[in-house]
Design a protein around this ligand. Structure first.
Ligand code: SF4
Length: 283
C-alpha cells in the first residue's frame, strides 16, 4: 500500500481561463474511472461503498467522482466517507467531516494510534506499520458495519511507482490491483482512479478548491519508503522527457502480461524434470 500522505495543492488560485478547462478535465477523469469500474467490475448493484478520506487531493477527487457517477449509473449503490485519525496534533479531521456534511455524505472518523507508534519507534519502518494499522482499522470497520467495498484514491502514478519499487527493491513483478479481496475474504478494496493520471487529479482538486487537510506526520517526505517512492516518481518523470508516452505504455504493459515470457515457474515456465540429480552433481 502506498503512503497515505497527500501532496501539497497547487499554490495560486485558478483564473477564469484555468476554470474553463474544468469540464473537459472532469469528463476525462469520469471516463477513465467509469471504464475501470466497468472493466474490473468494481461496483455492483446494491454496493455499500466506504471511501477512505485522508483529506488529500486524491481522496476528495475520488469522493467527487463516485458521487457524480452514482447519479448517472444504471445501478444503485451507497457512498459513505471514512477518515482514519492517526492522532497527529496538526491533523484536522473536523474539516473533512464538515465538507462531507456540506455534500450530504455520511462520514465517520476512526482513531488509530499512529502518532504514538511513530514517536516510539522512529528508527523502525513506520510507514509500513502505519499502512497496516490504517488498513486494519478500515477493514474491521467495513466488515462490522456491512460495507461491501472499500474505495481508495490510488491513481496511475501510485501503481507505476509501486511497480518500480517492487522491481527494484523487493524482487517482485507487481503493481497494485484495481480490485482486491482481502486474505480472509471479508473485504473488497477497489481503486477506481487507478488509471487516472496524478497530474490530472492534482489540477482537478485545485480547480475544485477542495479543503486539503495535511496529515501532520513528522515523517512526511522524510521516511525511507517515501524517499524511495520519490526516487521512482523522479525516474518516471525524467524518462517522460524523452519518452512522452511512458506512463500509458507502462499501463498497457500491466494490462498485457505475457506469463510465458517471464521466469516464474508458478506461471507455467516449464520445469525440466529429470535434471535434478545432474544439477546436484554440478555442486
Ligand atoms: S509518513 Fe507518516 S503518515 Fe505517512 S505513511 Fe509514513 S508514518 Fe504514515
Amino acid at each position: 500500500m502506498s503512503s497515505p500522505c497527500a501532496l501539497p495543492s497547487l499554490g495560486l488560485p485558478p483564473t477564469d481561463e484555468d476554470r474553463a478547462g474544468l469540464p473537459k478535465l472532469e469528463k476525462r477523469l469520469l471516463r477513465r474511472a467509469g471504464e475501470a469500474i466497468q472493466a474490473y467490475n468494481l461496483i455492483e448493484e446494491g454496493d455499500r461503498i466506504l471511501v477512505g478520506l485522508s483529506g488529500g487531493k486524491d481522496s476528495w477527487a475520488l469522493l467527487e467522482i463516485l458521487t457524480t457517477l452514482q447519479k448517472r449509473a444504471p445501478i444503485n449503490f451507497e457512498v459513505h466517507g471514512v477518515t482514519v485519525d492517526p492522532g497527529f496534533p496538526r491533523f484536522e479531521p473536523d474539516r473533512i467531516a464538515e465538507e462531507c456534511e456540506r455534500r450530504g455524505v455520511p462520514h465517520f472518523v476512526l482513531g488509530a494510534p499512529i502518532d504514538a507508534l511513530v514517536r516510539a519507534q522512529p528508527e523502525s519502518t513506520p510507514c509500513i506499520i502505519c499502512s497496516r494499522l490504517r488498513r486494519g482499522v478500515l477493514y474491521t470497520y467495513a466488515k462490522t458495519q456491512g460495507f461491501t467495498k472499500i474505495a481508495l484514491g490510488h491513481h496511475l502514478d501510485d501503481l507505476l511507482e509501486t511497480l518500480l519499487l517492487n522491481l527494484f527493491f523487493n524482487g517482485r513483478l507487481a503493481a497494485m490491483p484495481l480490485r482486491l479481496q482481502s486474505d480472509d475474504g471479508a473485504n473488497v478494496v477497489i481503486r477506481p482512479l487507478g488509471t487516472c493520471d496524478e497530474a490530472d487529479l492534482q489540477r482537478y482538486a485545485w480547480l475544485k478548491g477542495y479543503p486539503i487537510v495535511p496529515c501532520g506526520c513528522p515523517l512526511c517526505g522524510a521516511s525511507a519508503l517515501e524517499s524511495r517512492r520519490a526516487q521512482a516518481k523522479e525516474l518516471i518523470a525524467t524518462l517522460q522527457g524523452s519518452i512522452p508516452q511512458i506512463k500509458s505504455s507502462m499501463l498497457h504493459a500491466l494490462q498485457n502480461v505475457q506469463p510465458t515470457h517471464l521466469l516464474d515457474l508458478g506461471l507455467g515456465a516449464a520445469s525440466a524434470s529429470g535434471w535434478d540429480e545432474g544439477v546436484q552433481r554440478l555442486g
